[in-house]
Design a protein around this ligand. Structure first.
Ligand code: TRP
Length: 445
């Protein structure tokens, strides 16, 4: 079976070069592999946890959608959708919320960090903490489990959430699976070298450090950002250690191996930082030129983006809708017309063909007997004058219409107050219970 790869991006900002190289580009490459089925989505419900500015949410969704497509994602290959277009996800989120341990969520990093900050500031521990932030990992578990993802490419900070998705999914399987595992167990996947692309100052490229390189802004802006990359003060002609330079790390993330080796050697031979920056600029500008153009075209046609994402939602829901119906059924949210309450208790899977009935004739008349799965006699009818009478009583037994009772260590079936069939005298109480259960199962089959 194909592996399912799934990842989402929270739609609160404009993607920068780090997001692109660290998450989006490798995911697009993975989606081209023949042995994976990929699910990529805009985590716009997650965005609401961090951001209450509707205009920013909307703009970010648009930009992130355009970035994926400009980067070459083929929406016919991958399933590409907005989380908020799949109502099954919040519905599953509730089913999972009802089995997720509060103690588990108490340990989530994002929540704990907020509490720590409050404690440090001497505030109420839960000041400013919404239920959205607190339950964030459950929503993420719903994202992942809805599509039974096997691999979840994420940043290091998200690994804990993938583990929580496993915990929660396992608990649901255990409670409601009745021998079937509804949910596959997902695994986090971290792309080590690229996941931590450095920013202008050498720290991890992140909006919160204000050290990002813009992705699809103009060449001029790209050049200006690169000019601000911090280097050491070695002069032109002085040998430079590429491995100690984040400018080189950035270069390496985009250049083919041979070109990277050349840059490494040239720096060691004294290439000026200004020259190196010019090379980095040319490399990035040439690689980003085409996607940049596509990106701006896409942003100019929001209706096309809308259509692509709507089509993605249809694809995703073709999986989510029937799966959620099974999950609703498993927890007991069913149509009233489907089955009488409690009927599944009488119908354990192994009750299928749990016993056999045999009709026969002996010296006294017409009878039937019931044999259990092991082939042992458990019930013998009285003798009837004719086969039809025997058949009718047997039918009544199979329809659950006979009264079953235990008389000391014997099981009896009664019709209109008369014993019409009974067991031998049995060894003990448990044996009687076993026979009664088997006869009830027979009636439920
Ligand atoms: N929480 C992730 C982040 O901020 C985004 C996300 C939401 C996600 N749902 C997901 C990632 C499911 C992977 C799988 O980066």
């Amino acid at each position: 079976m194909k592996k399912r790869v799934l990842t989402g991006i929270t739609t609160t900002g404009t993607p920068h070069l780090g997001n692109y190289a660290g998450a989006i580009r490798p995911a697009i490459e993975a989606s081209r592999s023949a042995d994976v089925e990929s699910f990529y989505f805009l985590a716009d419900y997650h965005a609401l946890i961090k951001c209450d500015d509707p205009a920013r949410i909307q703009q970010s969704r648009l930009e992130i959608a355009a970035t994926w497509l400009a980067g070459g994602l083929d929406p016919d290959e991958a399933t590409f959708y907005r989380q908020s277009d799949i109502p099954e996800i919040p519905e599953l989120c509730w089913l999972l919320t009802c089995v997720a341990a509060k103690g588990l969520l108490n340990r989530a990093h994002a929540y704990k960090a907020a509490v720590d900050q409050n404690n440090e500031a001497g505030d109420d521990p839960d000041a400013g903490v919404t239920m959205g932030l607190y339950s964030y990992p459950v929503l993420m578990a719903a994202d992942i489990l809805m599509f039974n993802a096997n691999l979840v490419p994420v940043g290091r900070d998200q690994v804990q959430h993938v583990e929580m998705a496993r915990d929660i999914g396992q608990r649901f399987n255990h409670l409601f699976g009745r021998g079937r595992d509804f949910f596959a167990m997902p695994e986090a996947q971290i792309a080590e070298e690229v996941a931590t692309l450095p920013g202008l100052d050498g720290r991890k490229m992140s909006k919160s450090y204000n050290n990002t390189i813009p992705l699809f802004s103009s060449s001029k802006e790209l050049k200006a950002a690169i000019a601000r990359i911090v280097t050491d003060s070695r002069l032109p002609g002085e040998p430079k250690d590429a491995d100690d330079s984040h400018l080189f790390t950035l270069y390496k993330a985009f250049a083919p191996a041979e070109q990277t080796a050349q840059m490494h050697a040239d720096l060691a031979a004294g290439l000026a930082w200004g020259e190196a920056k010019q090379r980095l600029f040319e490399l990035l500008d040439s690689q980003l030129e085409q996607p940049r153009e596509r990106y701006h075209e896409l942003l100019a046609r929001p209706q096309d983006l809308e259509d692509i994402l709507q089509a993605g939602a249809v694809k995703a829901r073709a999986i989510a809708t029937p799966f959620l119906a099974e999950l609703r059924d498993a927890v007991g949210l069913r149509s009233f017309s489907q089955a009488a309450p409690g009927s599944e208790k009488k119908k354990p899977k192994k009750a299928k063909k749990s016993c056999r009935v045999v009709s026969f004739r002996d010296d006294s008349g017409f009878r039937f007997r019931v044999l259990n799965a092991a082939g042992e006699d458990i019930l013998l009818s009285v003798a009837f004058a004719d086969g039809r009478a025997a058949g009718q009583v047997l039918k009544a037994l199979q329809a659950g219409e006979l009264e079953l009772r235990q008389e000391r260590l014997q099981v009896q079936a009664l019709q209109a107050g008369e014993v019409v069939a009974q067991s031998d005298s049995l060894a003990d109480e448990a044996a009687c219970q076993g026979v009664l259960q088997t006869l009830q199962d027979l009636a439920a089959e």
